[in-house]
Ligand binder design. Structure first.
Ligand code: DLL
Length: 439
């Protein structure tokens, strides 16, 4: 392990002095802002409204003059409004569920895909992976960025990729075992489930598997979960972070020091802001993470508010990288839930329920983790009149709600129609979500 501990994929970019990097970021920001202003009407309008032109952006510090972007902007500009190049230059779209149940997408040029692959190559190298490794990708391969991101990074470092996609746990374990997989990429909750299943099958990961490391992300997890996964699978578990709007996984990643996630700062500029005032906060202070892409051509993002809460640390790391590190995500400033890797907004569920006349607008979402997998139960009150209906009618409505949620939100949930006035009323803000997951 020690020989792999300080592997760095691109020492020039990852270890340059902070002054050099700030200069590079400034140059790249200047170019990106001009590109956005010239090619995306929404950016032009927003900048004009703030009284700023591309000429006002000369160094990276000038970033605070720029307007913020939100997930709703992506929805409002659906599908191509934020593309900054002609569609023929876009070679890929990736996506995730958005606030309204409508997915959001990001478009990538060939160079954007290459940049993302580089970020993921650095990510895997951070976890000690090399061309000698066999990397199993158990993130979903599809619109979701997890699968393709991990695949591209593993491909770029020359590893042997096993592109399993998500699910089918027995087959995942069989491949892992028989192919001698050394690195696994999946969500941390799935890693726990894999570990538990492996143990239940009577296998000893240390003897029966060759796993050495894992790159886990797409949902919040904790140090306690890291300890559990490392014990269950006998590996180094590294946290990796990213979001569709910015690039997908690889925006930042942990090295084997496991002391925070290195941000790929030659591609992205990170800020922490006060979520209420929007003011930039100094290093070390907790707040909302904001990303600006500084090389992306296809669909660049200006000061994108992630709503994820963390802290930035600019001090050098024991691995030799000089990039700013972000702490684990400690929460969100909005109510987005992540259920089995899918982003779910309670407002999506509410908008389904209010269209069903047989139920009242009193509902609760109960989230739990059973056998390491997230579960969600939707409890909604029936109206007084409907509650007296025949059981078959109640079942028909229940099934209808279930199907609606499945098609709009993209996940299966348990739906329970409960008697009128049984969901606790609250005097202040309604408590719509009860999240029993112990992270
Ligand atoms: O989850 C990209 C990704 C795939 C990251 C695989 C890591 C590994 P989205 O589906 O757009 O993209 O969801 C982005 O997921 O704003 C965070 O709230 C959450 N998230 C992602 N990684 C982490 C992490 C992918 N390591 C949203 N810790 C983000 C906590 C995470 N939350």
């Amino acid at each position: 392990m020690s020989t792999r501990k300080h592997l760095i994929y691109n020492p020039v970019m990852e270890c340059m002095s902070r002054d050099e990097r700030a200069a590079l970021q400034g140059e790249r920001l200047v170019r990106t802002v001009r590109h956005e202003y010239e090619n995306v009407p929404m950016y032009r309008e927003r900048m004009k409204a703030k009284g700023v032109t591309p000429d006002d952006i000369r160094t990276i510090e000038d970033i605070v003059k720029l307007p913020f972007m939100e997930k709703t902007d992506l929805r409002d500009q659906w599908p191509y409004g934020l593309f900054a190049v002609p569609k023929r230059e876009i070679v890929r779209v990736q996506g995730s569920s958005g606030t309204t149940g409508h997915p959001i997408i990001s478009g990538y040029t060939r160079d954007d895909v290459d940049a993302w692959s580089e970020m993921m190559a650095r990510t895997l190298t951070g976890a000690g992976a090399t061309a000698e490794d066999i990397v199993q990708v158990a993130y979903g391969l599809g619109l979701f960025t997890g699968g393709f991101g991990a695949y591209q990074g593993a491909d770029k470092i020359g590893a042997m990729v096993v592109p399993m996609s998500s699910g089918n746990t027995q087959r995942q374990i069989m491949m892992m075992r028989e192919l001698g997989v050394t690195v696994i990429c999946c969500t941390p909750s799935y890693a726990t489930f894999l570990g538990e299943t492996i143990r239940d099958m009577g296998l000893d990961p240390k003897k029966d598997l060759k796993l050495r490391a894992g790159c886990f992300g797409a949902e919040p997890w904790t140090e306690a979960m890291r300890v559990r996964i490392e014990e269950l699978l006998g590996i180094d578990a590294c946290d990796i972070y990213g979001l569709t709007e910015i690039c997908g996984p690889g925006a930042s990643f942990e090295c084997l020091e496991k002391q925070g996630m290195h941000i790929n700062e030659d591609y992205l500029y990170a800020e922490i802001i006060d979520p209420v005032t929007g003011e930039q906060l100094p290093y070390g202070q907790s707040g909302e993470l904001v990303f600006t892409t500084i090389t992306k051509q296809g669909m660049p993002m200006m000061r994108y508010r992630t709503h994820d809460i963390c802290t930035l640390d600019p001090t050098p790391c024991g691995c030799g990288r000089t990039t700013t590190r972000m702490t684990r995500i400690t929460g969100r400033t909005d109510d987005m839930l992540i259920i089995r890797g899918v982003n779910v907004f309670p407002s999506q569920i509410e908008s389904i329920l209010v269209r069903v006349p047989e139920v009242a607008p009193f509902y609760q979402l109960i989230v739990d983790r059973v056998n390491s997998a997230d579960t969600m139960e939707v409890q909604v009150e029936m109206t007084e009149g409907f509650a007296a209906s025949a059981p078959e009618s109640i079942e028909t409505v229940r099934k209808y709600i279930y199907e609606q949620i499945r098609s709009v939100v993209g996940i299966g949930t348990t739906v329970k129609l409960v008697a009128p006035k049984t969901i606790t009323r609250s005097e202040g803000k309604a408590k719509r979500v009860i999240d029993n997951r112990k992270l």
